[in-house]
Design a protein around this ligand. Structure first.
Ligand code: NAP
Ligand code: ZN
Length: 357
């Protein structure tokens, strides 16, 4: 039986079962350890993973669950051995709060691929308690998993960078899609997708959005800076663009056809799956074989790269487009997220709307 009680009282919004319905919840956080940073949460983004998790769509959710892994706030207490920040500094926590710190992956700053990684919520922490995320008033984490927040980066609109940002930045970098002269396709113009467009443009790449929402065409090009837009429901548009892309980042959250996407790649092109639909996707091998193409996957990023990404975003003005909502709007936000009805990320104003009593 997991331990549940800690000394620091906290409040948040939690779901208790796969209905996914969130409501106010009292729980506790651990006392600040010598390597820990405790902080007051001010903003938290709503990632589609929160929705998958709340409804147990991946089959490993643990309840009660306070979701949220795009968490930004101000340090309120730091342990005696903390070097990274001091009380009053702005900080962020993304999808991870722990890893083994000694394996092959951890030693390469790839905590995101550590087999013993500890997710920010719905995971068992080293002390046996369930981790709880950022739809809450207070957070505590080991400083290794805390990001220093750049002074000039707004905390509200910047919050989604902690998951949506790193999840697109990391594969763009790793797969060489981060330079002028490459043509990148971004599939799904949601939270991840729209930040992916902005990073790819900041790297100087040519970017085409591949979307099911015709209504996003004008904004994708006019506001987000994409060079092109393909409606993935129109086979003729896809056919006309066949064989033109060096790489594709697929951020789609639901089951969708991928063969037409693979056909968009040039020979030796790469398609990187970052979206995690709840059911397996179907594809034949022919489109990969023809042109020696690669299909891969990518999960968030390590802590060093996450800091690098946040600093890059602050320097190059890569800012998410968000809709700031009060915490009691969260169930409606989840319903709208499911319908791809958000431009392009909900961020909860925790600091001003979550009552602490
Ligand atoms: P989101 O804001 O809901 O965006 C997903 C987009 O996918 C939608 O805006 C929509 O874009 C498109 N889409 C939705 N349903 C579709 C369908 N049935 N067919 C085709 N396209 C559809 O979600 P998100 O927060 O960006 O997250 C996207 C996915 O990435 C989720 O599965 C999430 O769990 C996963 N994720 C993975 C990682 C990782 O480390 N790999 C990290 C974070 C999130 P259009 O309207 O443009 O078609
Ligand atoms: Zn996320």
């Amino acid at each position: 039986m997991a331990k549940t009680e800690h000394p620091v009282k906290a409040v948040g919004w939690a779901t208790r079962d796969p209905s996914g319905v969130l409501s106010p919840f009292k729980f506790s956080r651990r006392a600040t350890g010598e390597h820990d940073i405790q902080f007051k949460v001010l903003y938290c983004g709503i990632c589609h993973s929160d929705l998958h998790f709340c409804k147990n769509e991946w089959g490993f959710s643990q309840y009660p669950m306070v979701p949220g892994h795009e968490i930004v706030g101000v340090a309120t207490e730091v342990g005696s051995k903390v070097e990274k920040v001091k009380v009053g500094d702005k900080v962020g926590v993304g999808c991870l709060v722990g890893s083994c710190r000694g394996c092959d992956m951890c030693s390469q700053d790839l905590e995101n691929y550590c087999p013993k990684q500890i997710l920010t919520y719905s995971a068992i922490d080293t002390d046996g308690t369930l981790t709880q995320g950022g739809y809450s008033n207070i957070m505590v984490a080991d400083e290794h998993f805390v990001v220093r927040w750049p002074e000039n980066l707004p905390m509200d609109i910047g919050a989604p960078l902690l998951c949506a940002g790193i999840t697109t930045y990391s594969p763009l970098r790793y797969f060489g899609l981060d330079k002028p002269g490459v043509h990148v396709g971004i599939v799904g113009l949601g939270g991840l997708g729209h930040v992916g467009v902005k990073f790819a443009k900041a790297f100087g790449a040519k970017v085409t959005v591949i979307s099911t929402s015709e209504g996003k065409r004008q904004e994708a090009i006019g506001k987000l800076g994409a060079d092109g837009f393909l409606n993935s429901r129109d086979p003729e548009q896809l056919q006309a663009a066949a064989g033109t892309m060096d790489g594709i980042i697929d951020t789609v959250s639901a089951v969708h056809p991928i063969v037409p996407l693979i056909n968009l790649l040039k020979p030796h092109g790469k398609i990187v799956m970052v979206g995690v639909p709840e059911k397996p996707l179907e594809f034949g091998t022919f489109p990969l074989i023809a042109g020696r193409k690669t299909m891969s996957g990518s999960a968030i990023g390590g802590l060093k790269e996450t800091q690098e990404m946040i600093d890059f975003a602050a320097k190059h003005n890569v800012l998410p487009d968000v809709e700031i909502v009060p915490v009691d709007y969260v169930n409606t936000a989840m319903e709208r997220l499911l319908k791809a009805d958000v431009k392009y990320r909900f961020v909860i104003d925790i600091g001003n709307t979550l009552k602490s009593d």
